[in-house]
Design a protein around this ligand. Structure first.
Ligand code: NAD
Length: 262
């Protein structure tokens, strides 16, 4: 498939997990991809595999909290492949702590990467896309940005912020032909995630599709949102969560009901 032939994409957080799967899939489908990450070794590992499979990719060390490094990331894209018309902001950090035990530093750390980092990358990316006459941006929130999961105060506040930020970006950038959407993943099995047995069981019960998602499940949704097929979709939050945020009360037999049956 060559849906993205001739396109240049920047994927932040591309060195691991969802970002790595997204960058790899974009390259497989013809895009030239800048794999950007604070984990430079991770980014190089991904570009190595892309190159070995015949794709085009360049690794970039970036801390998305630092404006100069974000500028340099887009400059590298321009130098290597041309201006980027696609930006996928998967880079993010998480925290898990009971609300009353959550230090202010944790809230600040979540905001720094998830909100400020996403803001900086999207702002710099959009400035380049305006010169191209349009573009596509996908940000990353979480089910935690939509629902109150225990121990997620700092993380959830930042991921809710990403959803609010995405809506405003979508509205402000619409006049330039740039679409901006946000993906809210549910539990996705990635190498860095370590869920204990209790949490695993709770997830498998709570997710209607009764499995963890894969990084490829999320990459597929991200690629759709940056493809021509999604040209009339902007400002939306797309949950990729096996039905977790759609679910209400769930029973095995919905016909087995002791109230009024019609
Ligand atoms: N895996 C899940 O279950 C899940 C669920 C909901 C939301 N998400 C979100 O999806 C996105 C990807 O998550 P993942 O599971 O692939 O995690 P991951 O930890 O495997 O990947 C995140 C990447 O972001 C990079 N990163 C972190 N801080 C950075 C910084 N300051 N500058 C540049 N890069 C930085 C990391 O080095 C890493 O490569 C994140 O935004 C995460 O919050 C993941």
């Amino acid at each position: 498939m060559s849906r993205f032939k001739g396109k240049v994409a920047v994927v932040t957080g591309g060195g691991n997990g969802i970002g790595a799967a997204t960058a790899t899939r974009l390259a497989t489908e013809g895009a030239a991809v800048v794999v950007a990450d604070i984990d430079e070794a991770g980014a190089r590992g991904v570009t190595g595999k892309i190159a070995a499979a015949g794709g085009r990719a360049a690794a970039c060390h970036v801390d998305i909290r630092v404006p100069e490094q974000v500028e340099a990331m887009f400059e590298l894209a321009r130098r290597e492949f041309g201006p980027a018309g696609i930006l996928i902001n998967t880079a993010g950090v998480g925290a898990q702590r009971y609300f009353l035990d959550t230090p202010l530093e944790t809230l600040a750390a979540m905001y720094d990467v998830n909100v400020k980092g996403t803001f900086l990358c999207a702002q710099a990316g959009a400035r380049g896309m305006i010169k191209l006459g349009g573009g596509r941006i996908v940000n990353f929130s979480s089910h935690s940005g939509l629902l109150g999961s225990s121990g997620r105060a700092a993380y959830a506040a930042s991921k809710g912020g990403v959803i609010a930020l995405t809506r405003v970006m979508a509205i402000d950038l619409a006049q330039h032909g740039i679409t901006v959407n946000v993906i809210a993943p549910g539990p996705i099995a990635v190498p860095r995630q370590k869920h204990n047995e209790e949490r695993r069981e709770a997830w498998l019960k709570a997710v209607p599709l009764a499995r963890y998602g894969t990084a490829e499940d999320v990459a597929g949704a991200a690629l759709f949102l940056v493809s021509d097929d999604a040209s009339y979709i902007t400002g939306q939050t797309i949950s990729v969560d096996g039905g977790f945020t759609a679910a209400g009360l769930r029973v095995k037999n919905p016909n087995d009901y002791d109230g009024v049956k019609r």
